[in-house]
Design a protein around this ligand. Structure first.
Ligand SMILES: NC(=O)c1ccc[n+]([C@@H]2O[C@H](COP(=O)([O-])OP(=O)(O)OC[C@H]3O[C@@H](n4cnc5c(N)ncnc54)[C@H](O)[C@@H]3O)[C@@H](O)[C@H]2O)c1
Length: 258
């Protein structure tokens, strides 16, 4: 972990931290930066494996399981993390995506149920989790930081992923509102917006997209994690309501022929 942020002693919950991709990199980087980490995931075995890896390396770690689609289980993960860690300072929401959950189709072909699924897994649970931790942060009186894992689809067109883009746009909006409403309480929320990041989800199309990326390669989960650690850390204490975009230049490339 070579990022600028330190999280020494920060009690950190990573929802979706059992993942093989960005989630796992985030829990590793948080622990390496000094955080005590609660890893929550719908896949209990993956959460346990991630926590055991951290424990074996001498870090403080706990595993929790639950499905973010259930309000009860979501609250259970947040309350369970606060109980085990003795409070919470940082929440990082990783669960999300579209193609992992529903077919990628044009908007008019999208089933209502699929739209709802994408909304539940990218925005509804984040809003619920943020509301729960805001109450916790206010009760503790210690401030706190929330980092949402967003996407360039939250501010660019998202062909074949309309539900995903709309939900991520909502996540980015939520961060701005939390920033404005809670800055005076020492509570910040920011977003790490990924472009094409090399994970299992896009392994099949990776080569085809590379020519569209000015940097000439995909981003990595570790690069996403470094940005998340920075935003969660006190080094970012004056940064709130923002999105750090990791897309190799995709979103700023001009429309003119290169
Ligand atoms: N992969 C990319 O190219 C890319 C680009 C930009 C943004 N992102 C965002 O990064 C985040 C992580 O994506 P990833 O593909 O690296 O995934 P990941 O490998 O980090 O895995 C996410 C984890 O979420 C867990 N999960 C799934 N459904 C759940 C549920 N209902 N309740 C609790 N946990 C659940 C999974 O078990 C998995 O362990 C997502 O928000 C995604 O939108 C990804």
């Amino acid at each position: 972990m070579t990022g600028v942020g330190r999280l020494d002693g920060k009690r950190t919950l990573v929802i979706g931290g059992g993942g093989a991709g960005i989630g796992r990199s985030i829990v590793r980087s948080c622990a390496a930066a000094g955080a005590a980490v609660a890893v929550a995931d719908v896949d209990a075995a993956r959460a346990t494996e991630a926590a055991e890896e951290l424990l074996a390396a001498g870090h403080v770690a706990h595993a929790l399981s639950g499905d973010v689609r259930s309000r009860e289980q979501l609250d259970g993960m947040i309350e369970g993390a606060a109980e085990r860690l003795g409070g919470l300072d940082v929440l990082i929401t990783v669960v999300g995506g579209q193609v992992a959950f529903v077919p990628a189709v044009r908007l008019h072909e999208m089933a209502d149920a699929d739209w709802d699924t994408v909304y539940e897994l990218n925005l509804r649970y984040v809003a619920r989790a943020v509301r729960r931790v805001l109450r916790l942060f206010l009760e503790q009186g210690t401030g706190g930081a929330v980092v949402g894992i967003g996407s360039v689809t939250g501010f660019m067109a998202a062909p074949m992923q309309a539900g995903y883009g709309a939900a991520k746009a909502g996540l980015h909006s939520l961060a701005r509102t939390v920033a404005a409403e809670y800055a005076a309480d020492g509570i910040r929320m920011n977003v790490v917006a990924g472009g094409a990041i090399s994970t299992a989800v896009n392994a099949g199309v990776a080569a085809a997209w590379v020519p569209e990326i000015p940097a000439g390669r995909y981003g990595t989960s570790e690069e996403m994690a470094a940005a998340a650690v920075y935003l969660a850390s006190d080094e970012a204490r004056y940064v709130t309501g923002q999105q750090i975009v990791l897309d190799g230049g995709v979103s700023v490339r001009g429309p003119f022929p290169q």
